[in-house]
Design a protein around this ligand. Sequence first.
Ligand code: S3P
Length: 174
Amino acid sequence: MNSIILIGFMGSGKTTVGRLLAKKLSLPCMDADQQIEKIQEKTVSEVFAESGEAAFRDMETELLEKLVREKQTLVLCAGGGMPVREENRRLLGQLGTVVYLTADAGTLEMRLKGDCSRPLLAGSEDELRKKIEMLMKSREQIYLDAADLVIRTDGLSPDKICSEISVSLAVQHC
Ligand code: S3P
């Protein structure tokens, strides 16, 4: 079986759904942000603040290269910006089946309100919706281009999203 990679905007549920999916498929689960934090012994925010976004993006590429090299089969919860680099999209495609979890800006805003762990959304809460919409606009087509499968998550529980992915993957492999 191929690896399964969950991509999507911050707050789209990649980590929560990824854990459930990995359990269901009896595969190991890796969250890219958590893996980078473990390797660097720093939070993502600290990496952004101390080394800058470009350095963080290099770390994402290095992680993907390693996974492809080691031919690991797993569920990977990608960071929201991981597919933005063309090189990363190529690596994601080599790694396995890419599933894009979509959510509209209102859903994302609700899920991301009060969160301080995402440096790209840091700042005033009044600006949150605008930041989400702007970043979404610049990324939506990229996510769609990278995806083998698109799953809409608005109004769905993590369990239901997980079931929808399993069903769609089974159909895809028929
Ligand atoms: C980012 C998303 C974050 C994390 C970093 C940058 C992005 O991951 O990688 O804050 O550029 O969208 P999540 O999508 O898991 O929050």
